[in-house]
Design a protein around this ligand. Structure first.
Ligand SMILES: Cc1cc2nc3c(=O)[nH]c(=O)nc-3n(C[C@H](O)[C@H](O)[C@H](O)COP(=O)(O)O)c2cc1C
Length: 339
């Protein structure tokens, strides 16, 4: 039995969100004590250039686990070549009422309706500055609008976030695909997406001049879109020269977990049951983007085989979340052995 299996059997006795906080606090404590490197797997250099950035390897931590940016070095020590923090909103917000996080153990899945609980961009920048010290991987900052901001004003929120995060992020992810902020996914409609992304890309180009560095912009999408919507968005992304697509966020579908007693909980489903669905979205985007925009593949990776299937579908980089909860850091090590 490996160490994480023992830790997991204890953690899973706690309610899911409590277990999450225990894990993050444990990792923070290890960071403070400077002992996170004890976890670091020995791997050969597998660096890869994507979006103009050199990633030490292609395995990243997906957004939502280090929501506040407290544990970048801690997660980095598990071997991650990149860590995406957030989603961060302009102002702090507490998210939806608890309980809002549910384990579907027999499916190795999670349903969450967290609702962007986060400390706000100013505090997040402070956290990142501290916790990225000593980490030599890539740091992504995932940004989203506050719950109270109507879609018509969403651009204002993303603009504030882009300007504030630019100085410390290696790349920035525009999140328009979480199912837990009412109306957010409407921003993925081609009309809204143009109104949002076009000014943000213009502002990014201004910031590039001001800061003397280029920070690539990725857009994170859901797996529930039609093929037609994917094609329309792909055309827009090519026109606006978006730097990367992250596919995918969680699904609102329950097809794969219909009989589970928690299936009717509202929120986004992640983990094993979304693997194929997210691969389908990746393949469709890959076909529509002609390999001109790289895809970061995420959704249900829980083995080396899953990761290889994502790469075969068209993903250049990979991210994990739910697989890490169920399998622990040994999954990162396994994925790092991919050629
Ligand atoms: C509890 C939880 C919270 C999440 N929070 C966010 C978030 O704040 N922003 C975001 O872009 N994605 C968020 N995600 C989605 C993940 O980043 C990822 O896209 C999704 O879970 C699919 O990957 P997985 O099957 O490996 O978990 C969250 C996922 C979970 C399980």
């Amino acid at each position: 039995m490996n160490f994480y299996k023992i830790a997991r059997s204890i953690l899973f006795k706690f309610e899911a969100e409590k277990a999450h906080h225990l894990t993050i606090n444990g990792l923070r404590a290890m960071q403070l004590l400077g002992i996170t490197s004890l976890m670091t797997p020995r791997v050969k250099n597998n660096s890869i250039k994507v979006m103009g950035l050199t990633f030490p390897n292609r395995i990243g931590l997906a957004a939502g686990l280090d929501k506040s940016g407290h544990c970048i070095n801690g997660f980095g020590s598990m071997g991650f070549g990149f860590v995406e923090i957030g989603t961060i909103t302009p102002r702090p917000q507490s998210g939806n009422p608890q309980p809002r996080l549910f384990r579907l153990k027999n499916h190795e899945a999670i349903i969450n309706r967290m609702g962007f609980n986060n400390p706000g961009i100013d505090k997040a920048i402070d956290n990142v500055t501290k916790s990225a010290k000593g980490y030599d991987g890539i740091v992504g900052i995932n940004i989203g609008k506050n719950k109270i901001t109507p879609n018509e004003k969403a651009l204002d929120d993303y603009m504030i976030l882009l300007r504030k995060a630019y100085g410390i992020a290696d790349y920035i992810t525009i999140n328009v695909s979480s199912p837990n902020t009412s109306g957010l996914r409407e921003l993925q409609s081609p009309e809204f997406a143009r109104g949002l992304l076009s000014p943000l890309m213009k502002e990014r180009n201004n910031l590039r001049e001001d800061h003397g560095k280029n920070v690539p912009i990725a857009v994170k999408l859901d797996p529930d879109m039609s093929h037609e919507q994917i094609n329309l968005l792909a055309d827009l992304f090519l026109e606006l020269k978006i730097d990367a697509v992250i596919a995918t966020n969680t699904t609102i579908s329950r097809d794969e977990v219909k009989k589970h007693h928690l299936a009717s909980e509202q929120g986004g489903l992640s983990g094993k049951p979304i693997h194929s669905k997210s691969n389908e979205a990746i393949s469709k985007f890959y076909g529509a983007l002609n390999d001109d925009i790289p895809i970061i593949g995420v959704g249900g990776i829980s083995s080396k085989k899953d990761a290889e299937e994502k790469i075969a579908a068209g993903a250049k980089l990979l991210q994990i979340y739910t697989g890490l909860v169920y399998q622990g850091p040994s999954l990162v090590k396994e994925l790092l052995s991919i050629e």
